[in-house]
Design a protein around this ligand. Structure first.
Ligand SMILES: Cc1cc2nc3c(=O)[nH]c(=O)nc-3n(C[C@H](O)[C@H](O)[C@H](O)COP(=O)(O)O)c2cc1C
Length: 226
């Protein structure tokens, strides 16, 4: 089958679109308003963009009143946000923080999460989350969309400090992903977690290609292919 997303003529009982790009990592984004109110919300339209230096992005649709979401307003006004990793253990808190609360509500309190002060930015980190990135706002890309929700603010930020809890670093010096169990979105109201992985290396042994795959900027060879 195929269908036109403008017409949504898929003939299925539920819209399949979000099930077609899965799993999506959840950026659990904390910000603080210019009045000092702490905000926390999950964004599964989230991704890292590059690694040297690292940039991340999240895409926020409009809220149910057709207005820009608090995360976007705060990020643009203060120039800062924090990415917190969402995990299986934190799933209920992640879900609570997605409620459309007014801007004056402290959403760390709403989610029942603890504020950990950041080092370089004003928004707090979620103390219970095993990985957090302190980010400086870089740019907003505003894509036109169908009102009220469809219009989107794509926020790009540069990662300026990375926090990883010591107890999720395994004896081999790698993040113990099976212990962390990162949470990810599927379609509909469905979620998944990472509970298995396997390793695969690009054939050919090209040093820079492999350094890029690993995200290991320090391993790039200075001799570039002509
Ligand atoms: C797991 C999950 C992922 C979500 N991803 C997005 C997203 O990518 N973009 C978006 O606009 N809203 C997303 N939402 C909805 C927002 O979290 C919700 O609108 C929230 O109230 C926004 O809060 P804010 O106004 O404080 O930024 C998601 C909700 C959940 C539960």
């Amino acid at each position: 089958m195929y269908y036109d997303p403008e017409k949504n003529d898929h003939g299925l009982p539920h819209n399949p679109f979000k099930s077609c790009v899965v799993p999506r990592p959840i950026g659990w984004i904390s910000t603080v308003s210019s009045d000092g109110v702490h905000n926390l919300a999950p964004y599964s339209q989230f991704q890292n963009l590059t690694f040297n230096p690292p940039y991340v992005m999240f895409a926020a649709n409009q809220n149910s009143l057709g207005r820009r979401k608090d995360t976007v307003v705060n990020t643009e006004q203060t120039g800062e946000f924090v990415y917190n990793m969402a995990t299986w253990d934190l799933r209920e808190a992640v879900n609570r923080s997605a409620q459309e609360a007014p801007p004056e509500v402290d959403e760390f309190d709403l989610a029942g999460m603890t504020k950990a002060p950041s080092v370089r930015v004003k928004p707090c980190r979620v103390a219970e989350s095993p990985v957090q990135f302190e980010c400086c706002y870089h740019q907003t890309l505003r894509l036109p969309g169908n009102r009220p929700l469809g219009t989107v603010d794509v926020i790009i930020g540069r990662v300026v400090l990375i926090h990883i809890k010591d107890d999720v670093i395994g004896p081999d010096g790698r993040l113990d992903i099976l212990r962390i169990r990162p949470l990810a979105r599927l379609g509909y109201y469905d979620y998944t977690t990472v509970d298995s992985f396997f390793e695969m290396v690009i054939p050919g042994g090209e040093v820079n290609l492999l350094a890029g795959l690993e995200g290991a900027a320090g391993r790039f060879s200075r001799t570039y292919k002509k």
